[in-house]
Design a protein around this ligand. Structure first.
Ligand code: GLU
Length: 445
């Protein structure tokens, strides 16, 4: 029998100074402990110890030359967390906050997220502490080449398939893919999020944001409500936020905030026109990592140095980075009448904030369920590449919608309590965990 605190104390001892990883594991272990203790096979297979240890951690040096001719050195990583369900799959993050601990948390989360999609994908994550902020296009190209020169030794279409994440979008995937191809001489589906003319899938750029809105729509329709007329706060302004605001608009909701490290904007008319959506892409491409230019351009309010959770809304969608919505933010949201929190960034809600929302019976969708649309369409890109075919955008979109609705149904099945409150965090963790744990038992140690 497992006991949570002694298991966690041992995990902490083995993974010192990796707080985000410990936080992610605790959330899953708290959700699945009864399922594990009720199953002698899981206990006999020491499933919790094995599922919380990455298969492999690859760490390497990335040397590159900046525009002044100076040599720069960054850290590069790939965490191959678990391949029980398929090749390692998960994004690359280029951001100053990247550490081995943050990539372990992300690889761990990815394992269960990918399981929830029902596609044959294991979990992995990688990246670098390189920050694209303020860097020129040429510097980003040189960094990507150097990063892939090392990473290419460890990845392949049937072993490990990276993709984008924070700081890695279509441009970076292009540079990375170019270098892989130069070294290996192969055109394969080794990365997803590729350009449309060379193996990429329609709807992949939009997929995370679209998927999160499909998931939110399922949450509402489950209780006879709809997205139409909902007032929404979104954080971030990158690829995920961009897809989310476009789909929210299409579903009749109004997004009134987006944010950056510099603060947030309030747009009472809604971030709702194609021009505004295109401007978000320009902000991302500028490498400046600020949202204020949106307020200057569209003549709306900019609130410097603050987060958007103080704006009264019906629904909140953290779309930026882990632990971006804290306990005080959760309290403010609830007292302002917010009815739903849909975590779109990975672990966007701090642990104490999540507990507060659940105690107050605010439905809280965890990132591993709500943001699974991105990796799901990556999985569909892999299928298309394996068949040497392209699907239409209607085909990809309808599969995405179906996957998000299946994930929602799995959360409801595993997470509905006796009082009818749906604990989406628990539901997603149990549903994601079972498949990985069963596969590990069946495949032996
Ligand atoms: N980085 C995204 C995630 O967190 C997508 C990963 C992928 O497409 O492999 O799920």
């Amino acid at each position: 029998m497992y006991e949570i605190e002694s298991f966690m104390a041992d995990l902490q001892r083995r993974n010192p100074a990796q707080e985000e990883f410990i936080q992610a594991v605790r959330e899953v272990v708290e959700s699945v402990i009864d399922v594990v203790n009720d199953n002698p096979q899981y206990i006999g297979n020491r499933i919790l110890e094995r599922i919380t240890e990455p298969d492999r951690v690859i760490s390497f040096k990335v040397e590159w030359e900046d525009d002044e001719g100076q040599i720069q050195v960054n850290k590069g990583y790939r965490v191959q967390f678990n391949n029980a369900l398929g090749p390692y799959k998960g994004g690359l993050r280029f951001h100053s906050s990247v550490t081995l601990g943050s990539l372990k948390f992300l690889g761990f989360e990815q394992t269960f997220k990918n399981s929830l999609t029902s596609l044959p994908m294991g979990g992995g994550k990688g990246g670098s502490d390189f920050s694209p902020r303020g860097r020129s296009d040429a510097e980003i190209l040189r960094f990507c080449r150097s990063f892939m020169t090392e990473l290419c030794k460890y990845i392949g279409p049937d072993t490990d398939v990276p993709a984008g994440d924070i700081g890695v979008g279509g441009r970076e995937i292009g540079y990375l893919y170019g270098q892989y191809k130069r070294i290996k001489g192969e055109n394969t589906g080794v990365l997803t999020g590729k350009g449309l003319g060379w193996g990429g899938s329609l709807v992949r750029p939009e997929a995370t944001g679209f998927g999160t809105m499909y998931f939110a729509n399922e949450m509402l329709s489950h209780v006879g409500d709809s997205m139409a007329g909902k007032r929404i706060a979104v954080s971030g302004f990158g690829n995920v936020a961009w897809g989310a605001v476009m789909k929210a608009t299409e579903l009749g909701a109004k997004v009134v905030t987006i944010s950056g490290p510099d603060g947030y904007i309030i747009d009472e008319e809604g971030v709702s026109t194609p021009e505004k959506h295109a401007f978000m892409l320009q902000l991302r491409a500028s490498n400046n990592d600020v949202v204020k230019p949106y307020a200057d351009r569209f003549k709306c309010q900019f609130v410097p140095g603050r987060k958007p959770w103080e704006v009264p809304v019906d629904m909140a969608f953290p779309c930026a980075i882990q632990n971006e919505l804290g306990l005080e933010d959760a309290k403010t949201l609830v007292s302002n009448g917010c009815k739903y929190v849909v975590e779109t960034s990975n672990m966007g809600v701090c642990a104490d904030a999540a507990s507060y929302l659940i105690e107050h019976e605010v439905p809280l969708a965890p990132g591993k369920a709500a943001n699974a649309g991105g990796v799901a369409v990556s999985g569909l890109e892999m299928s298309q590449n394996a068949q040497h075919l392209y699907w239409t955008s209607a085909e990809v979109d309808s599969r995405l919608r179906h996957i998000m609705s299946q994930i929602h149904a799995a959360c409801v099945k595993e997470g509905t309590g006796d009082d009818g409150y749906i604990n989406y965090v628990k539901g997603a963790n149990i549903a994601g965990f079972r498949k990985v744990a069963d596969a590990m038992c069946q495949q032996g140690y």
